[in-house]
Design a binder for this molecule. Sequence first.
Ligand code: RUB
Length: 330
Amino acid sequence: MTLPADARTIAENIRNMRIRGASLIASSAAEALEITAQKSSAKTVDEFVSEMTEAAHVLIQTRPTAVSLPNAVRYVMHRIGVAKNSARSVEEVRSAATSAARKFIDNARTASDRIGEIGARRIRDGDVLLTHCNSKAAMSVMKTAWSEGKKIEVLVTETRPRFQGHLTARALADAGIPVTMILDDAVRYYMQDVDKVIVGADAITANGALVNKIGTSMVALAAHEAKVKVFVAAESFKFSPETMIGELVTIEERDTSEVISESELKRIGPIKVRNPSFDVTPPEYIDLIITERGIIPPAGAVIILEQVFGVLTPEELREYQTYSLQEEVA
Ligand code: RUB
């Protein structure tokens, strides 16, 4: 079976980064599963489940770092697995699949709003904030603070090589927030003017480390040196259950043409170019993580993981059998 055309387009757009940002990637993956379920012409429950499993594998392989992607897939597949055990017809499992996908998407939206409300409490009138890359969750905090009447200003890094900072600058400026765009390299130069750093997350590990856009760890290091607080805005589906059993988050390495054109590279001569897309900020450089379940210190990451995924075995992780069936606290 191949994925239905619309679901294949979503997978392709995640791969080529037309769909990007951990939260949107996750919701889009859930949508692709919903489409796959709706369009399936499977005659038996087993056939349906194996089509969904195949789609799940295709989606998971599109981008390696944002853990929200396998977590979204896990959310839907877990509920399919539960429905399968009692289902008498394909229709019953299909309905479990589509309602799980819808629910994930709705919960993701609510979680982002809730993070905005909770995070905005930690922002003061007059704060100068600094953000890196383009995070929906971090922007939710900044926009909510602004809509509550807090006169913030935001320094936005341009975020080489793909300039996601331009998207952030535009979105914040559209909301009326005063924005100053700076070079990534200027972060330490400006840090003395900053009250708080706020960034999003592609993954949070069991020990509270943050995996986010390349450069985030240097921003955090500069903040640490200047005693500026670092806030991370992350929905609970950004927490990586695999790290509970000691696995590492894969860091995506992208094409070197994002860094330097082939013709320029030829001109320079025989050199290597590397282009990791994400880096790891240790928990020591993070003050707090704002989730839809509340604010936690990095050391609390494991508690979120236990609430969301329960206690895991490697087999359960592989078979998508872990994702609490309790409803999300949003
Ligand atoms: C995007 C990025 C964002 C996180 C969080 O990287 O690093 O900070 O994904 O975003 P890329 P959100 O552009 O390579 O996908 O809060 O929107 O989930």
